[in-house]
Design a protein around this ligand. Structure first.
Ligand code: MF3
Ligand code: CO
Length: 255
């Protein structure tokens, strides 16, 4: 596979396979999303995700990755990312984030979204809309002539301009035949980073993690669950996006 400064550039055939992986991840997330309601446990979503992987004949990408024990990351309220599915029962007013990855014919798809459980308060609604829109602000910058960090700056500017914080401890990433490839895709302008001009064939998982309080996070004693240090609410949206000569193409959508 062709490389540019250590970053794999995908050809059209490879992008077609990544598109299929992304389509499947989007279908799975949609099926999870419509089951969100008060009274459902987070483990029910893990079981549904596993069933859907069988149905679509894909491998869950996260299970076993660096020892992660589940197919799905399920993070509630102050949990930012990498929450474990459990017997926890969702209640009205919660925010639940699903992060799902699959492998299809050796190619990875990765996407995440945050869903309100029943009615949520105004600040939670705003957090959802700001985080989701910041992802699309970032995606809009994933075009030729731009620098990788134009994506980062657009996300940060949108989020901070609305009084929310971007998490720095976790970042987006290149994706292809591996879940995590170069480059890192931060949701903030990395101080002193050199320019990385975007090239056709780069495929990036762009994934803003946003909080209603400060940007600091800590990892719980289970070694995975990342929570906001101040226990403020957090949201996470992610898409797998190809940089092409026709502009950004979101791969993790159904059609
Ligand atoms: N979307 C996340 C990421 O790209 C999910 C990874 S969970 C892990 O890092 F278990 F696979 F690490
Ligand atoms: Co990711």
């Amino acid at each position: 596979m062709k490389k540019f400064r250590g970053i794999y550039l995908k050809n059209d055939n490879e992008i077609t396979l990544l598109r299929e992986a992304g389509r499947i991840v989007a279908a799975i997330l949609e099926e999870l999303r419509i089951q969100v309601a008060p009274g459902v446990t987070t483990m029910e979503f893990e079981n549904l995700a596993l069933d859907l992987c069988e149905k679509y004949k894909v491998k869950p990408a996260f299970k076993g990755y660096l020892g992660y024990p589940f197919a799905l990351c399920c993070s509630v309220n102050e949990e930012v990312v990498h929450g474990f599915p459990s017997g926890r029962v969702l209640v009205e007013g919660d925010l639940v984030s699903f992060d799902m990855g699959v492998v299809y014919k050796g190619f990875y798809g990765d996407s995440a979204l945050t869903v309100p459980v029943g009615r949520v308060d105004a600040r939670a609604e705003e957090l959802l809309s700001v985080t989701r829109t910041s992802l699309f602000e970032g995606i809009d910058q994933a075009k030729l002539g731009n620098d990788l960090y134009d994506i980062s700056r657009a996300v940060q500017k949108y989020v901070e301009g609305r009084g929310f914080s971007v998490v720095r401890r976790f970042v987006g990433h290149g994706i292809g035949k591996h879940l995590h490839e170069k480059p890192e895709v931060p949701n903030f302008a990395p101080p002193g980073a050199s320019r990385v001009p975007l090239q056709p064939g780069m495929v990036l998982a762009i994934e803003p993690m946003v909080t209603a309080g400060g940007p600091e996070v800590e990892v719980l004693s289970d070694k995975w669950t990342a929570v906001t240090k101040d226990r403020s609410l957090s949201a996470h949206f992610e898409h797998t996006v190809a940089v092409t000569k026709h502009g950004p193409v979101i791969l993790s959508v159904r059609d």
